[in-house]
Design a protein around this ligand. Structure first.
Ligand code: HEM
Length: 417
């Protein structure tokens, strides 16, 4: 079918700069949804794949985990970076973590910590997270009326929360922050060093060194935290391997905060750009839970994950061959006109907000989704109760990275009550 997609659309889909400009991203992906929603993509520097851009198609693929595997490709890496990883680690995957696993391993490894991230366990964390939210707003107020909300506030609070869950001391937070920014913002010269997989491998080695020490400690001094669970974890009566253990720590440490920081900073920007929504939320704090989902839909901090087809099949009317790889474009699915009423309107009371797929879908659904939403609710409840006249004080800027990204600068002014 003829379409009017740009000649270099395949490169645009992968270009980190597309992700550093949210308007551009949504323009490109809205056109794909209209003209070629499951688009065969052959970019210059990456192995080819199908870009799956519609909500229903993404859900169908993710739900069928028997036919669409997570191994061997999880996210976009250039061919050069994949070759480098292969040479250095023997695998094109950065790490054998939950998102790189399929059943039966995925089920067994996920079960190790699932209870920790479930409702009962989160309930017991509520007071501690509320205290962190309050401390975070103290920190904001202490800046005196202007700050970079993204760096000074949003980056720190989810990090503190995940450190609490893991059981890592606060003095190690700057190291964790630097490493996970290196891991995700790796193509942005400002935040990651701009050297792709080399920077990821460095970050991974540093994470492993750090968590090997944590493991030694917890084996001697067990506590009630996720680090102790991972340090002592067994599957079928055997301790889990060092590589799997460190990959697990790393995914919890890294996936657990950059993402949530992006949803928080992007959520505030959306409220500032839609003052009527800010008014609604201030007037009715009961909307906070729905607003948290809308922030996550709106910002979709994880830009994609991949699946690989086991057998020939069809997705969105396209014939997919065994071995073909598919990129689930979450932010695009979350603006799909077929799934959401007026998807480009940001509304804290949107009735269909919970339909978003920013946390993925199916068996790999984000393990930390309830934790992330609790963090968002608690921070915004505290922020709106104690701070007035929040306004943009400069131009916002987004990280240029095609996997996980969000605002890197959000200058604001405000007045403490
Ligand atoms: C707004 C914040 C967050 C977003 C947008 C997000 C997004 C995602 C997405 C899209 C996936 C893949 C799902 C799929 O393939 O279907 C995922 C998986 C995962 N997330 Fe999150 N996440 C967030 C916060 C967190 C937090 C706070 C944690 C804390 C532990 C976390 C830990 C994980 C883990 C461990 C997985 C792998 C699950 C599996 O493969 O079974 N995430 N997340």
């Amino acid at each position: 079918m003829a379409n009017s997609l740009a000649d270099d659309i395949d490169d645009i889909i992968c270009d980190p700069r597309t992700y550093g400009d949210e308007h551009r991203y949504h323009e490109v992906f809205a056109q794909l949804r209209r003209e070629d929603p499951v688009h065969w993509t052959e970019p210059k520097d990456y192995r080819p794949f199908w870009a799956v851009t519609r909500h229903a198609d993404i859900m169908a693929v993710e739900l069928n985990a028997a036919n669409f595997l997570n191994d061997p490709r999880q996210f976009l890496l250039t061919i050069a970076d994949e070759e480098m990883l292969l040479a250095q680690t023997g695998s094109r995957n950065l790490a054998r973590n939950l998102v790189a696993m399929d059943n039966p391993d995925h089920k067994a490894y996920r079960a190790l910590t699932a209870a920790w991230f479930g409702a009962k366990s989160l309930k017991s964390l509520e007071d501690k997270v509320a205290a962190l939210a309050s401390e975070t707003v103290d920190k904001l107020i202490a800046t005196g009326g202007t700050c970079d909300f993204s760096q000074d506030v949003a980056a720190w609070y989810p990090l503190r929360t995940i450190m609490l869950v893991l059981g890592v001391p606060p003095e190690d937070e700057p190291l964790m922050l630097a490493l996970s920014q290196k891991l995700f913002g790796n193509t942005d010269a400002e935040t990651g060093g701009g050297d792709g997989a080399a920077s990821m491998v460095d970050a991974q080695k540093a994470f492993a060194d750090y968590f090997n020490k944590v493991t030694d400690d917890r084996r001697k001094n067990p506590r009630n935290d996720v680090a102790t669970i991972l340090a002592t974890a067994e599957i079928d009566g055997q301790p889990i391997g060092e590589a799997e253990r460190n990959a697990y720590y790393m995914i919890v440490a890294a996936a657990g905060h950059d993402t949530t920081s992006s949803a928080i900073a992007g959520g505030l920007l959306a409220l500032l750009q839609n003052p009527g929504e800010m008014d609604k939320l201030r007037a009715d704090p009961g909307l906070m839970a729905n607003a948290a989902d809308e922030f996550v839909r709106w910002t979709s901090p994880v830009k994609h994950f991949f699946r690989t087809a086991v057998s020939d099949c069809e997705v969105g009317g396209k014939a997919i061959k065994a071995g073909d790889q598919l990129m689930m474009c979450y932010p695009s699915g979350n603006r799909d006109e077929a799934a959401f009423a007026e998807p480009f309107a940001f509304r804290v009371d949107r009735p269909d907000a919970k339909k978003h797929i920013a946390f993925g879908y199916g068996p790999h659904l984000c393990l930390g989704n309830a934790l992330a939403k609790m963090e968002i609710r608690m921070l915004f409840s505290e922020l709106l109760a104690r701070v007035d006249d929040i306004a943009l004080a400069g131009a916002p800027a987004w990280v240029e990275a095609n996997f996980v990204s969000g605002l890197k600068r959000l200058p604001i002014s405000f007045r403490a009550r």
